[in-house]
Design a protein around this ligand. Sequence first.
Ligand code: ZN
Length: 227
Amino acid sequence: MRTTVAAGRELPVGKIVCVGRNYAEHAREMGVAPPDRSSTGCPSEPVLFLKPSTALLVEPTHIYLPSFSTEVHHEVELVVRVGRLLCRATPQEAAAAVDAVALGLDLTARDLQAQAKKAGLPWAVAKGFDGAAPLSALVPVDGADALASASFTLEVNGVMRQAGACAEMLWPLPQLIAHISARFTLEPGDLVFSGTPAGVAALRAGDQVRGTLNGAVLLVATVHQRE
Ligand code: ZN
């Protein structure tokens, strides 16, 4: 059983819910139009998918690329931990239920994902393999303000690859978490990966990744290739 700790509170990770295409520029770089929420006034639904809790690597200093992919991309994301049960919550209830944030990597076997997309098959292996969810230490948060102002970056080998901020999300966190809770009941300890900004690219053995959240360095790890 994977667990996470924030402010001395250790919680089991029952599931990891992820959202696709929550930043317009990333949707464009993947060759799809960003979801249009303006024309009808009725937002289309965010793209949701799950990673198993076995994908989680908590506070890793080493990241492992699986043997069955030759193109594993980094997707740096703001992650929130849900501290209490949420089912069909309001955005206000959803924001109040978040007890910590972290920096996560939604590692994606892009070659497998592309094959799956082409064949109309699910992304489970491309997104859910062992170690596909490296996660930094959690930072306790109190209240919705922290969910509106967070920003984060990812450098690879000292070069800035991705930078994102809550202000750029197509679905702001309170609405996103509320929506998720109407599809999957969220239990204490569940994690939400809130989507990646533009700049995704392949990782290679020997790469050094360095991630920051609100200016603090939270994730420093070396990339390895599994045989
Ligand atoms: Zn992602």
